[in-house]
Design a protein around this ligand. Structure first.
Ligand code: GLN
Length: 488
């Protein structure tokens, strides 16, 4: 585990042993050394970030730090609007788009005093599970540069693992925070739908999109959540439920608490090394006093087809606004308006966005709506009920994040169905809306990180973080915690 956690760095800054400016310069140096081979950022913002770090430094000297995040270098996935900083969604369509406002999550972080490092690379429009769909090149995995970093928040996870920033903010529509976190050996939290504002997030699937932190430790994730969670009047789906002091709650013992175990998950083609690592984690939870209870999620196996109907339907609608007129890419030499629309969308969108627009338009079209979209919405309700029923019996559910560890660049990019199956353990949780934490639990035989997933009740981020933190503390001395990425 890295020394560079927010909690540790903040202590140094408070005691005036650590300097936000020096910290920011260290991060820039790291970027200078490895970014050419890693490609975790679309845009790097040293001017803005250094100015922010200088302000933090002043506040530190006066003992007036705004929060524990004050002076901490952050990466923002390039799907969040950042005022006066280019925001591309990793698509050529938005290559020259500079927003006039900050997403709520960015504003909250700025108010807390962070120093922005830049905008992290991702699959274009967050469509993908490997960051190979970016128009700005693939982000490599810091543990093996021939492998993918995962997706769609691949740049956000790789940058944290490679210490190009101390934490980052990602978005998760079907697994995009948790899967890259697992592939890169870092922690990622997908909060409950409605827990963190989506205002200023370039929408993918509006009923599925969640905003959350990617960090080195669970404690850091808890800390970031204290800043970014909560009701926002600019996002009507956020909810007025008090945001707990997560960093205090995670200290509680998990003795006597119950963890759900879904046997079928491990019969769904999961790598042997992943099953073994999670079984080991199970033993550790038992030593900590938690009890395992078998639960069933009979509809979860329909998660992928259901997700790929609902999500593409929403994508086709959300991408409708990019017409070459209002904003974004503008095709040259059209003879008339209709041709201009066609040309701009044809040249501006990549293959994956087009595939999703076509699928989504099809499932919403008259004649097919009932057979696909409507049916998928009914199955979505059944999946949600499944999770509610299982979580009535237990506090959290333990599951794999992914069936495999990080795969080779190019291994799945020609086969969209294979790529979609990477979401088999994550997408159904977005359909149900529950919170879920992905955290490292070991390595496979190729020394690639393995992640596990702790799923909780709606708005009970507190429990998933509590279980994650207690596991982390109990395994602090494990040898695999000493392993370092090849970028170190
Ligand atoms: N891999 C999934 C997809 O391509 C999830 C993407 C996401 O969560 N943004 O749809």
């Amino acid at each position: 585990m890295t020394e560079n956690t927010i909690i540790k760095l903040n202590k140094k800054i408070v005691q005036n042993e650590g300097s936000p400016v020096r910290l920011y310069q260290q991060v820039l140096k790291k970027i200078d050394n490895i970014e050419d081979s890693l490609n975790a950022f679309v845009t790097i913002t040293p001017k803005e970030g250094l100015a922010q770090a200088r302000e933090s430094e002043k506040r530190a000297k006066e003992g007036k730090l705004k929060s524990k995040l004050d002076g901490i270098p952050v990466g923002i996935k390039d799907v969040f609007c950042t005022r006066h900083i280019r925001t591309t969604a990793s698509s050529k369509m938005l290559d020259d788009f500079t927003p006039a406002y900050d997403a709520t999550v960015v504003k909250k972080l700025k108010d807390a005093g962070i120093a922005i490092v830049g905008k992290n690379n991702c699959d274009a429009w967050a469509h993908g599970a490997s960051t190979e769909n970016s128009d700005y090149g693939v982000t490599k995995n810091p543990w093996d540069l021939t492998r993918v970093s995962g997706g769609s928040s691949g740049g956000s996870a790789a940058a944290v693992a490679a210490e190009e920033c101390i934490f980052s903010i990602g978005s998760d529509t079907g697994g995009s925070i948790r899967q890259p976190a697992a592939f890169c050996g870092v922690v990622g939290l997908k909060p409950t739908y409605g827990r963190v504002s989506r205002y200023g997030l370039i929408a993918m699937g509006s009923s599925l999109d969640c905003v959350g932190p990617i960090t080195n430790t669970t404690e850091d994730a808890a800390l970031v959540m204290e800043t970014i969670a909560g009701r926002d009047e600019k996002d009507a789906t956020t909810v007025e439920i008090e945001v707990p002091k997560y960093t205090e709650k995670i200290q509680n013992s998990i003795r006597g608490k119950k963890i759900g175990w879904v046997k079928e998950f491990f019969q769904m083609g999961v790598d042997k090394d992943i099953t073994e690592a999670i079984e080991k984690a199970k033993k550790i939870f038992e030593i900590l006093g938690a009890k395992f209870v078998e639960v069933e999620l009979p509809y979860a196996k329909y998660g992928i087809p259901t997700y790929y109907i609902i999500q593409t339907a929403e994508v086709s609608s959300n991408l409708g606004r990019y017409d070459g007129i209002k904003y974004g890419f503008n095709a040259k030499n059209s003879d008339n308006l209709i041709e201009h629309y066609f040309k701009s969308r044809d040249e501006g969108f990549g293959a994956e966005a087009k595939r999703r627009i076509m699928l989504g338009t099809f499932v919403l079209s008259a004649g097919y709506y009932d057979a696909y979209y409507n049916k998928a919405m009914k199955v979505r309700t059944l999946i949600k009920k499944d999770f509610n029923k299982a979580l009535d019996k237990v506090d959290v559910i333990l599951s794999p994040v992914t069936p495999t560890t990080a795969f080779k660049i190019g291994e799945k990019s020609q086969d969209p169905l294979q790529m979609y199956l990477a979401d088999v353990f994550t997408a159904s949780i977005n359909l149900a809306g529950n919170p879920s934490l992905s955290l490292p639990c070991g390595f496979d035989k190729n020394r690639l990180p393995i992640g596990m997933q702790i799923i909780g009740k709606h708005f009970d981020e507190e429990s998933v973080l509590n279980f994650g933190y207690q596991y982390e503390k109990a395994t602090e001395k494990e040898i695999w915690r000493q392993y370092k990425p090849v970028t170190s």
